[in-house]
Write a protein that binds this ligand. Sequence first.
Ligand SMILES: C[S@@+](CC[C@H](N)C(=O)[O-])C[C@H]1O[C@@H](n2cnc3c(N)ncnc32)[C@H](O)[C@@H]1O
Length: 334
Amino acid sequence: MAASLRGTSLTSCSSSLSSDTDDDGVRGTCEDASLCKRFAVSIGYWHDPYIQHFVRLSKERKAPEINRGYFARVHGVSQLIKAFLQKTECRCQILNLGAGMDTTFWKLKDENLLPSKYFEVDFPTIVTRKIHNIKSKPPLSKPIVELHSEDSLKIDGHMLDSKRYAIIGADLRDLPELEEKLKKCQMNIHLPTLLIAECVLIYMTPEQSANLLKWAANSFETAMFINYEQVNMDDRFGQIMIENLRRRQCDLAGVEMCKSLASQKERLLSNGWETASAVDMMELYSRLPRSEMGRIESLEFLDEMELLEQLMQHYCLCWATKGGNELGLKEITY
Ligand SMILES: C[S@@+](CC[C@H](N)C(=O)[O-])C[C@H]1O[C@@H](n2cnc3c(N)ncnc32)[C@H](O)[C@@H]1O
């Protein structure tokens, strides 16, 4: 069992949010997630020429089950994003909540799949770091400048606003502040909107995540929410994960909502969303296209399949919709 917790860092997700010191633990998970993504990219799990500009390559090798876990996570989230973009023909906006060093904006631009506007939100200190990287690395700044027809690109320490991309420093638990900042960056409540929370809600108390989900459902006429995080946390594996993270000053404040796929769906349905679906990551992994599975499994030898299964059964991908019948949003599935 202890060996199975080689997988704990797949999460990079955790923490209680009651004081500023606790928030440091949460902010630290941004580094964990980007290091793991960069490592998996470096050995060929997926293509991402941008992550290298945000984080150094880890000296420490990540375990194969972690790399496969990240592959499934990135693949699953990306499939849902593309389904939403296809249904809305890209006439939509995306809000990536707790985006950290996520590179989806640049990858969508390369695939000619950008929404009308792509917003990212994270704590101000994380945003400051991201903006610094964007400003100092031409492969990151060029695509933003290219898309920006006027000469009013706005950048200050905690905020960047351009025609198609905005990055905002804000606390997701302070909804009036969040809304005000998004509106300043021309968020349009009438556009179909996709909200993404990848390993983020678990850092919030159940009340705080419920408020965020309610705010999202009430703010937009047509919307979809993607949530990736832990599930089945009531068992021994879950307990060890909680303890390991607590030792790193990270409490899983929202773990109560991660009991089961049913509790994950129920949270969405009881906070204003009309449909909710959820799949655990082992199920998602087993549904990967054969060719992709064959390709990634040939990258590294995994000694015990059980390690992968245990880990993947403790993560899930959930999605919910509101409105959008005419677009077919409710048909979106993994
Ligand atoms: C585990 S990282 C995931 C980053 C990114 N979503 C990914 O998957 O690569 C969690 C991110 O959520 C952010 N976050 C957590 N709680 C937040 C809050 N209350 N307000 C703003 N950002 C928050 C953290 O700063 C961190 O960047």
